[in-house]
Design a protein around this ligand. Structure first.
Ligand SMILES: NC(=O)c1ccc[n+]([C@@H]2O[C@H](COP(=O)([O-])OP(=O)(O)OC[C@H]3O[C@@H](n4cnc5c(N)ncnc54)[C@H](OP(=O)(O)O)[C@@H]3O)[C@@H](O)[C@H]2O)c1
Length: 199
């Protein structure tokens, strides 16, 4: 059954997508890298444009920067990195550092996202890559022409500062909007850059 809010198109055309929650002023984490402003809100992960349907129906591989990876290690694997990684899907962590390793289908890579994208797509099968975060990594996918969708769950809060949603100029087309609990959820198609526009 098709879940409301998911695109009506073959998943084979899906390259990479960003699905993230944001404050209304465009931050995905506060200056202390905390998500307390987010995790206390009401949302139905199985509801309209919910996280679970996105993950189950669209995603075959994950990409994330090292700050997001460390956040997951610190919060979802509170018993330490020897615990199992919470995602069953193959995951690419971008970092120039030696990182603590969780038990799971993980690899740490660096450099041009386009160089790693074919491996991610191959692992993803007939699904796409979810750029979990942060915004700069999503921007690197956009720069390479590899980000085709942006899903944002807008939380009813302004943070004033923090990690930006997408620190680039990226042209978007609004496709869907729906309310889910406390969140205004929007799905955008990423459009080609406008000629002569400043990044
Ligand atoms: N609101 C949400 O839904 C949501 C979703 C995801 C994440 N988050 C949160 O948002 C914050 C994201 O922070 P962020 O945007 O600053 O960080 P991030 O993208 O998670 O990590 C940035 C770091 O990744 C490494 N990196 C990025 N691109 C790379 C490349 N091409 N090659 C090698 N290394 C690369 C660099 O660190 P090193 O080289 O030094 O390792 C860089 O400083 C975190 O607190 C996270 O928990 C929120």
């Amino acid at each position: 059954m098709r879940v409301p809010g998911l695109p009506r198109r073959p998943t084979s055309s899906f390259t990479a997508s960003s699905f993230t929650a944001s404050s209304v002023d465009g931050f995905i984490a506060d200056p202390e890298d905390s998500l307390s402003w987010l995790l206390t809100r009401d949302v139905d992960v199985h509801g309209p444009m919910g996280y679970q349907a996105f993950l189950d129906q669209s995603v075959g591989a994950l990409a994330m920067g090292s700050t997001t990876y460390r956040w997951i290690l610190g919060h979802e694997l509170a018993g330490g990195p020897s615990r199992d990684w919470p995602y069953a899907l193959p995951t690419w962590v971008f970092s120039t550092q030696e990182l603590p390793r969780a038990q799971g289908d993980l690899r740490v890579v660096r450099g041009d996202v386009a160089a790693h994208h074919p491996d991610m797509l191959a692992a993803a099968g007939d699904r796409g890559v979810w750029v979990v975060g942060g915004g700069e990594l999503a921007g690197q996918f956009a720069d390479a022409g590899l980000l085709d969708e942006l899903w944002v769950q807008w939380a009813p809060v302004a943070l004033g500062a923090g990690a930006p949603l997408l620190p680039r100029r990226v042209e978007l087309r609004l496709e869907d909007v729906v309310r889910n609990g406390d969140f205004a959820c929007a799905r955008y198609t990423v459009l080609p850059p406008v000629a002569g526009a400043q990044p």
